[in-house]
Design a binder for this molecule. Structure first.
Ligand code: HEM
Length: 210
């Protein structure tokens, strides 16, 4: 009995040391992934009703069936995304996670790690530490996430939030900002998913934490 209690704290410490992604990060990450997919697919259907560019998205990858249906999906998923995102930002700042995991980001570090990645020399041994390319991409996608929500709000309520719409340069410009942010997020997701599949233990860490 006494030996059990004596080893317990050490076992706890080992488990804590092995934890790569805390539970709150994992839960918020997957809720965000779910909401993002709904936002992207319904957004593409909304876009199809009045395209900004010379193409439309195939109906096989859109959500909502038609403009009004897509807007309903977009505004429903919007609440999940915004509440989840606000909790993530609050906990990211309050726990010091953003500072610890994402900072500092130095140009030298980014260049060195990009070189290492391109020559297959980037280490994936210690998953508790992000490399500089990861830091830059994760910090960047958080900023883009904030921008897409703000531009979305400005095209949703351009009268009530006209100061916000004006900050984006008007309604039409805000629509382009919203669309470009979507394209950046889709590009991020493509790289992110490909790398998670290439480094399976990082995916495992995001599912079970270790
Ligand atoms: C949570 C905050 C968001 C709000 C309030 C919002 C709101 C809106 C609104 C009102 C429209 C219709 C624009 C129009 O009528 O022309 C729209 C379009 C669109 N949204 Fe969002 N959105 C949000 C987040 C997102 C996210 C996270 C994505 C994808 C990652 C996204 C992707 C799109 C796309 C692709 C369109 C079509 C672009 C266009 O043709 O104007 N939105 N959004």
């Amino acid at each position: 009995m006494s030996s059990l209690t004596a080893t317990e704290p050490r076992a706890d410490a080992t488990t804590a040391a092995k934890t790569i992604q805390p539970a709150w990060v994992r839960v918020l990450h997957w809720v965000n992934a779910f909401a993002m997919v709904l936002m992207i697919m319904s957004g593409w259907q909304i876009y199809n009703a009045s395209p900004l560019f010379d193409f439309r998205f195939s109906s096989s990858i859109t959500l909502g069936g038609w403009l009004a249906g897509a807007l309903l999906w977009h505004f429903a998923a919007m609440w999940i995304l915004m509440v989840n995102g606000l909790i993530y930002l609050a906990l990211g700042f309050a726990t010091g996670r953003f500072r610890k995991k994402l900072l500092p980001i130095t140009p030298e570090g980014v260049i060195a790690d990009t070189r290492a990645a391109l020559t297959g020399k980037l280490s994936h041994e210690d998953l508790t530490k992000y490399n500089y390319v990861q830091k830059l991409l994760y910090a960047g996608v958080i900023v883009v996430g904030v921008l897409i929500v703000l531009s979305g709000l400005s095209i949703w309520k351009p009268v009530q939030l006209q100061w916000l719409t004006a900050l984006f340069g008007g309604y039409d410009a805000a629509r382009y900002v919203h669309f470009i942010c979507m394209a950046l997020i889709v590009a991020f997701i493509a790289v992110h998913v490909a790398l998670a599949l290439l480094v399976p233990k990082s995916l495992r860490a995001m599912i079970i934490g270790r």
